[in-house]
Ligand binder design. Structure first.
Ligand SMILES: [Fe+2]
Ligand SMILES: [Fe+2]
Length: 310
């Protein structure tokens, strides 16, 4: 009986903590499970691709699943991440450097829905100098796991403040490197229009964090869409690839002027943190660096990023 007042006080304190301190210091932790490079000296495995594990108090989201060698899932296990606890998977677009780990993920997790655009299931190809390569999703995902797929065709809030945005209007040019990317349609190859791409935004107290996969629709267009969708919002952080370089099997890289122009545009937008890697490429990073200075951060496999999301 003596303990009751103490328990009551403790309850009151924890409620107070949650409503005030906890709300002031709400954080999100992002772990780079896989991208093209890795932490120096680490033994993580890397291939061309992207996979991020995003954790906040509302749950655990796997944003893209890396490439077909399954290194994202292997790295997660090396990091001690329990993928059975993932609440939702988001697939940014239908290329296999972002969908490659899905089949192995399904072996470890039997509950998480996979959010993607329906068009992500279409066949996609890259025309390389010496061959045309299939870079679409593995058919077995649809054949064996269609019950896990949720198609996104309008803005969708998948957890409190976490939005998927599936339509990206074209106000600015798209990356020139998209030129080698195609969609297979009725025995023909047509230019990929990237209708299969979506992006994700976390909104809290009008502060915004933007996650994009490859930015095929143009990071400028993605940010413009964020501004139109959240007119009172302030974009603090952008995280993803900007497609200045096409995969690892080609040396096709965007012109310096294109990279500089986008870097100045990002700087003028006042975005505090630009975390990038993957298809931004080494040369892209080098050209962006003197323009964005300490706002630019290179992501790499094994890295953890902690963001105050208030
Ligand atoms: Fe990619
Ligand atoms: Fe891509």
């Amino acid at each position: 009986m003596e303990t009751k007042p103490f328990q009551l006080n403790l309850f009151k304190f924890s409620t107070f903590f949650y409503l005030t301190i906890g709300n002031l210091y709400d954080i999100m932790e992002i772990t780079v499970l896989m991208e093209n490079n890795k932490l120096k000296g680490s033994d993580f495995k890397t291939e061309n691709g992207l996979s991020l594990l995003i954790e906040n108090k509302n749950g655990l989201i796997l944003f893209d699943t890396g490439g077909p060698k399954n290194y994202a899932i292997q790295n997660a296990q090396k990091l001690g991440v329990d993928l059975s606890k993932v609440d939702a998977v988001v697939i940014s677009h239908g290329h296999n450097d972002h969908t490659g780990g899905l089949l192995n993920f399904f072996k470890l997790n039997d509950k998480a829905p996979v959010y993607l655009k329906k068009e992500a299931l279409n066949p996609y190809y890259a025309k390389l100098p010496d061959k045309t390569k299939y870079i679409g999703i593995d058919d077995k995902i649809v054949e064996n796991h269609s019950n896990r797929l949720i198609f996104v065709d309008k803005n969708l809030e998948i957890s409190p403040g976490m939005f998927l945005i599936p339509d990206i209007e074209r106000k600015f040019p798209i990356p020139s490197n998209n030129q080698i990317l195609f969609e297979g349609k009725e025995d023909k190859m047509i230019k990929d229009e990237f209708k299969h791409e979506l992006f994700m935004v976390l909104e809290k107290n009008n502060n915004l964090t933007v996650f994009s996969g490859c930015g095929h629709s143009g990071i400028t267009n993605i940010i413009n869409k964020v501004k139109n969708t959240f007119p009172k919002g302030k974009i603090n952080t952008v995280l993803g690839g900007f497609h200045f370089q096409s995969g690892s099997e080609t040396s096709i890289v965007a012109e310096k002027e294109e990279i500089e122009g986008i870097s100045h545009w990002l700087a003028d937008e006042g975005i505090e943190n630009v975390y990038t890697g993957h298809c931004t490429g080494e040369r892209g990073m080098e050209i962006m660096s003197p323009i964005l200075e300490d706002k630019l951060h290179r992501i790499c496999t094994g890295m953890k990023i902690t963001l105050d999301i208030n």
